[in-house]
Design a protein around this ligand. Structure first.
Ligand code: SF4
Ligand code: SF4
Ligand code: SF4
Length: 283
């Protein structure tokens, strides 16, 4: 892990920002792209580069310059040691015929080329507008920290994951840069054979970065583990459910009480049996 405060990148970022502000490039770009954007709105399944702002803000902020994809393609770690040539880049810029991604915006398809979670995360400081938010991947020591990346969340389809059938496969587990943290293997006894164990991959949603290296490694015809944007992968219980054991939830409830908000009304005076028996007559 390394501190990456590159002066040339800061200068380049300033150049782009100033140019956009003073020459009205952002406005011009917005007009030019607005027509395309209508034709090709991004699917909710689109995976964005590390540290991308939430989708709506990202689309407002990204000027489609391609510097993130260029940094990804040209990173030192992308050179194939055997051929000396660059391998395919993770980040691509959507073209007019790219399905389901707003034209000109960066994205990646984990099953094709996942994010390699570079130590120095070169794509992020390359962004001149803050569409890739450097602060969100910077740790307390001011260093870029790939553990803070959040591109999505890996989800396991337990029906098609062959490890859940009892077959030996731990390829996703081994491919994960955060092995034993983002993916753990859960051992259970295989009662069908009586002598084998299931080694089921379990993803920790608080650690997984959504890099997709597990998806790339999965040997099933269609990956049994795959990355989805968190907004798609996760449910939302609603603010009225409270975890009695969670300090933050307790604090939230306390704050609501302070606002004099009450959930007590006439109906609260009834017991559950009153509702259940409502309208029922006993002869
Ligand atoms: S962190 Fe991922 S997206 Fe960024 S340069 Fe490295 S491989 Fe590319
Ligand atoms: S995310 Fe940043 S670097 Fe990438 S295309 Fe958009 S503005 Fe350019
Ligand atoms: S996407 Fe897969 S490989 Fe990447 S951190 Fe999450 S579990 Fe690990």
């Amino acid at each position: 892990m390394s501190t990456q405060k590159k002066p040339e990148i800061t200068a380049r970022r300033r150049f782009f920002t100033d140019t956009a502000h003073h020459a009205g490039l952002g406005l011009l770009g917005g007009l030019l792209w607005a027509g395309y954007a209508d034709k090709a709105r991004s699917s909710v399944l689109t995976l964005r580069p590390p540290a991308a702002l939430p989708e709506a803000d990202f689309l407002r902020t990204c000027i489609k310059c391609g510097l993130c994809a260029e940094a990804c393609r040209n990173r030192d770690s992308n050179i194939d040691k055997e051929t000396g040539k660059p391998r395919p880049e993770t980040l691509k810029m959507a073209k007019a015929d790219t399905d389901g991604v707003t034209v000109g915006t960066p994205y990646f398809v984990a099953r094709d080329v996942p994010c390699y979670m570079c130590d120095d995360i070169p794509c992020v400081p390359a962004c001149p507008t803050g569409a890739l938010d450097e602060a969100s991947v910077t740790n307390g020591e001011g260093e870029l920290d790939f553990r803070k990346m959040d591109m999505g969340l890996a989800v396991v389809d337990t029906n098609s994951c062959i490890a859940f059938w009892g077959l030996q496969c731990d390829l996703c587990y081994r491919a994960c840069p955060l092995m034993d943290e983002a993916i753990k293997l859960h051992y259970t006894r295989n009662s069908r054979t009586g002598k084998h164990a299931f080694l089921e991959p379990i993803v920790d949603m608080n650690v997984c970065t959504g890099c997709g290296l597990c998806e790339k490694a999965c040997p099933t015809e269609k990956a049994a583990i795959f990355v989805l944007p968190r907004e798609v992968a996760l449910g939302r219980p609603g603010a009225h459910y409270v975890k009695g054991w969670d300090k933050k939830d307790q604090q939230r409830v306390g704050e609501r009480k302070m606002e004099n908000i009450t959930t007590h009304d006439k109906r609260s005076e009834k017991k559950a049996a009153d509702y259940l028996n409502d309208g029922v007559s006993y002869e």
